[in-house]
Write a protein that binds this ligand. Structure first.
Ligand code: COA
Length: 255
């Protein structure tokens, strides 16, 4: 099966059994558009079905992993009647959560919002010492997504999750590693991710998929947590605080 991208904003290259998927919107720090979510969902669905793909590697083109959801798209969502549970972003989260093969992420520069929360669904995460992580939902008048409000307190303890989800701090690679978000800090995240992907691709696919399933939190629980978040997220998105935050960001970019 040949896997291609529906979008020019996503680059896909197969190196034997390793599928490299790059976010390709470097002028916007790889902020995710609807089109990117749809393309990523399609790529993961095809990769799931293809015996030729054994491992997926996610990375960003240019200096950054991803600056999260495109802020202008939040405004479009509001104009179109609000955030639905079957939005492109939510379907992407459902798809990556259910994906059965190993996913490795290589992170450099900023990983913001869903740029961080999607890492919760990656099996190995290699980051440079310069990577910066941030889940600034509350600064935007929003609440977490992708079941981060469930996973992060369990992963690092509630008191530390508060720095990510309530304070919305900028988090260093060192802290992200202490908090369990990343596997290791390395000089060449993409090189390391590809090396580990090639190594995994040589192991038994069944053993890897069974192991991943056993290591993962109960997907039903995560789905329910995400359902709850999406109700709150849609409400928050409609708030004056959120609208003001989007306006401020977009005006800053225009000035
Ligand atoms: N949505 C849309 N565009 C974004 C973006 C986003 N989430 N993040 C960055 N960009 C764009 C900027 O508009 C800018 O584009 P321009 O050069 O055409 O004006 C470009 O990427 C560079 O961003 P800039 O803000 O100038 O870079 P910076 O180094 O000063 O700041 C960040 C980097 C990540 C701190 C800042 O861009 C930011 O806060 N982005 C928003 C992150 C966010 O809140 N994401 C959603 C979470 S739910």
């Amino acid at each position: 099966m040949t896997i291609t991208s529906l979008s020019s904003q996503i680059n896909v290259v197969a190196s034997g059994p390793v599928l490299s998927v790059k976010f390709k919107r470097p002028d916007k720090m790889n902020a995710f558009t609807f089109e990117m979510y749809r393309s990523l969902t399609e790529i993961l669905n095809k990769a799931e079905k293809s015996d030729g793909v054994r491992v997926v590697v996610l990375s960003g083109m240019g200096e950054h992993f991803s600056a999260g959801n495109d802020i202008a798209d939040f405004v479009s969502v509001l104009e179109e009647g609000g955030m639905a549970r079957d939005s492109d972003a939510a379907i992407f989260v459902d798809t990556i959560r259910e994906f059965s093969k190993p996913i490795i992420a290589a992170v450099d520069g900023y990983a913001v919002g869903i740029g961080t929360t999607l890492l919760l669904y990656c099996d190995l995460v290699y980051a440079s010492s310069m990577a910066k992580f941030r889940t600034p939902f509350t600064h935007l008048g929003l609440c977490p997504e992708a079941a981060a409000s469930h996973i992060m307190p369990k992963m690092m303890g509630r008191a530390r999750a508060g720095e990510w989800l309530l304070l919305g701090d900028v988090i260093s690679s060192e802290q992200a590693m202490r908090d369990g978000i990343i596997t290791r800090i390395v000089d060449d995240p993409i090189g390391m991710a590809m090396d580990k992907a090639k190594f995994l691709a040589g192991l038994s696919p069944k053993a890897l998929q069974d192991t991943k399933k056993l290591m993962s939190s109960n997907n039903e629980v995560l789905r329910n947590a995400f359902d709850q978040e999406m109700i709150k997220f849609a409400e928050c998105l409609e708030s004056d605080e959120a609208k003001q935050a989007f306006k401020q960001f977009l005006e800053k970019q225009e000035s």
